[in-house]
Design a protein around this ligand. Structure first.
Ligand SMILES: [Zn+2]
Length: 587
């Protein structure tokens, strides 16, 4: 598809939706060439966008809207929303308050305003079988925002350590990163020998992880941060408690654990976290005011999480149907939350969908459409229960009163940042939720999941002013969330055009944010200083690099995530992680 044919984001009724370039400047895209990776490694420049002047926060008023406030209440017609200092100040019938002097007024007559959407299961990756791009995390965040995702919960893995999440938050707060509000778990807690390191990651990562484990006392978590991964092995309760304390001290918002033994597309021979271990993690997390959410694939794993006191699961059990309704009843009684990630298990979306192609490049689509790659991912769709059975399970959970939350598991192939939230809403409606209930799962329910209901999720005074203006009523058809005309995050109107692929001639690459990131002393310097051999990495002649990066590693969802290159004389070293830094620096 030519750039000129890509969909231009709508900009409403001629209001200036583009006056905030400081906060929301183009995040940059790269062409994922070897040259670009090398350029960034050696580019010292650091020029983050200017923070937006405080004067621009004089106030914002949206008038004339049909407001769907996220509480489940019917839409309120002809309503005004007053925003000040990034928060909702008042919600009144039109004319109920006079317009503040100097405020920006958006006439949303006849349009629909909903709370910004949340994705409560996010990983930082684009999911295409291409070399990881230096600014891939930034691209994920920008795409989320483009599609009206104003809040995410990041659940570990690539770029998901406590330190990485904190650094991203700081850049966002300084106005240097167009991104949703980022909640995070830090690295997820799992066992050595199971998901995801021993199921979907390349052998080299597994071997490096085993080396780290051998050098770590059993009483300590084995943090894979030096491999660029927010993942920790916990082999004793003492280590697990220590890992929880590290995340709590680092300002994380929840704890994620992996309870996975199969059967799934990646086998049936992995150790499963014990109920006793889950209980210890929940106990320590509770001391620090954090809830624990589990990755599970099957009903028995879900039952272990429930019995261990976890607050919920971040997948519906997909490999077999729930045995009976009694589990759902126990879950409902406990207020046990489920983020089903239907987007992960549904067939891939139409790769030619213009709404998708607004952010997903020709190169990514070509790679995702490549038959060999599709075959490698196929077990994910075909391993387990038919998708209709999964929909039925989710429908059963909903009917029995189990709270459902929107989570997509973006970062996996065919689960696209931001776009997949709109798809998840559709799939939840297919599972039996009303459009209103589906919206609540992406707004109020998401906030309640992590105890942040005073912060976001509904349109009421005091909450962050995260608002979407839609051209059509999502209660008539949930697909109308795609009629997105404006995204407002913490009171600022997002320059969606700058976040899309729309404009021919728009610079394809903006390396500053990634270069700035590279230059951070905590990551960049140590990374540059480390010798590849010390890190157990291999070298390859430059000419072979592309082949190496594309070589058929049988790990479709993540294999592209785990390589990085660096020039070493006339050769390049292929780093088997996204970010490599010294072990000392990571502890
Ligand atoms: Zn996940």
């Amino acid at each position: 598809m030519q750039a000129g044919k890509l969909r231009r984001p709508q900009t409403g009724d001629g209001h200036d939706f583009r006056g905030h370039r400081g906060q929301l400047a183009a995040p940059g895209r790269t062409t994922s060439t070897v040259a670009m990776v090398l350029l960034l490694v050696f580019t010292p420049s650091c020029r983050p966008p200017e923070p937006e002047p405080a004067a621009a926060q004089a106030g914002l008023v949206i008038t004339g809207a049909n407001v769907i406030d996220g509480t489940g209440a019917p839409p309120r017609p002809e309503t005004s929303i007053f925003v000040r200092d990034g928060r909702i100040a008042a919600v009144t019938p039109d004319g109920g308050l006079s317009l503040p002097e100097g405020a920006t007024v958006i006439d949303a007559t006849g349009k629909f305003v909903i709370p910004g959407l949340a994705d409560m299961h996010v990983h930082f990756g684009l999911g295409a079988p291409l070399p990881r791009q230096p600014d891939e995390t930034e691209q994920v965040l920008a795409r989320e925002l483009y599609y009206g995702i104003t809040t995410i919960l990041q659940l570990g893995a690539t770029d998901g350590s406590t330190e990485s999440i904190r650094a991203l938050r700081e850049r966002r707060a300084a106005g240097a990163l167009p991104a949703p509000f980022i909640y995070g778990t830090g690295g997820h807690l799992t066992l050595q020998g199971t998901h995801p390191v021993y199921t979907v990651f390349p052998p080299a990562v597994r071997e490096a992880a085993d080396r780290l484990a051998a050098a770590t006392p059993m009483s300590e978590p084995v943090d894979l941060y030096t491999l660029g991964l927010g993942i920790s092995f916990v082999r004793t309760e003492e280590a697990a408690r220590s890992a929880v304390r590290e995340r709590a001290a680092g300002g994380m918002d929840a704890i994620k654990i992996t309870v996975e033994s199969g059967p799934t597309s990646f086998g049936d021979d992995h150790p499963q976290m014990s109920v006793e271990m889950i209980r210890a993690i929940v106990d320590e997390a509770t001391r620090h005011g954090l809830r624990v959410f589990a990755h599970v694939s099957s009903p028995d794993e879900l039952e272990a999480a429930l019995e261990g006191g976890a607050a919920g699961v971040v997948h519906a059990p997909q490999n077999e149907p729930l045995p009976d309704a009694s589990v759902a009843e126990r879950m409902a009684a406990a207020g046990f939350i489920v983020a089903p990630t239907l987007s992960l298990f549904a067939d891939p979306p139409d790769l030619d969908d213009p709404f998708l192609r607004a952010t997903v490049s020709e190169e990514e689509v070509a790679a995702l459409a490549e038959p060999g790659f599709v075959e490698r991912v196929r077990p994910r769709w075909e391993c387990c229960a038919p998708f209709d059975d999964l929909l039925a399970s989710v429908g059963l959970l909903h009917a029995r009163g189990v709270p459902l939350v929107v989570g997509t598991d973006t970062g996996n192939a065919y689960v696209f940042p931001g776009y997949s939230v709109h798809r998840e809403l559709e799939l939840l409606v297919r599972a039996g939720l009303t459009p209103m209930e589906a919206l609540e799962a992406a707004t109020r329910g998401a906030a309640e999941m992590i105890g942040a209901e005073e912060e976001f999720g509904i349109i009421q005074p005091g909450r962050r002013a995260d608002l979407l203006i839609l051209g059509a009523n999502p209660l008539d058809d949930i697909r109308n969330t795609r009629s997105l005309e404006a995204v407002i995050v913490e009171g600022r109107v997002v320059d969606r055009a700058a976040l899309s692929l729309q404009e021919a001639g728009h610079p394809a690459v903006a390396s500053e944010p990634a270069a700035a990131d590279r230059a951070s002393p905590s990551i960049g310097e140590a990374w540059r200083a480390a010798a590849p051999e010390d890190l157990g990495l291999r070298r390859a002649p430059l000419a072979e690099l592309t082949e190496l990066l594309r070589a058929g590693e049988p790990y479709p969802s993540v294999h592209a995530v785990c390589y990085e290159v660096r020039a070493v004389g006339s050769e390049v070293a292929v780093f088997e992680s996204e970010r490599v830094r010294s072990r000392q620096g990571g502890r």
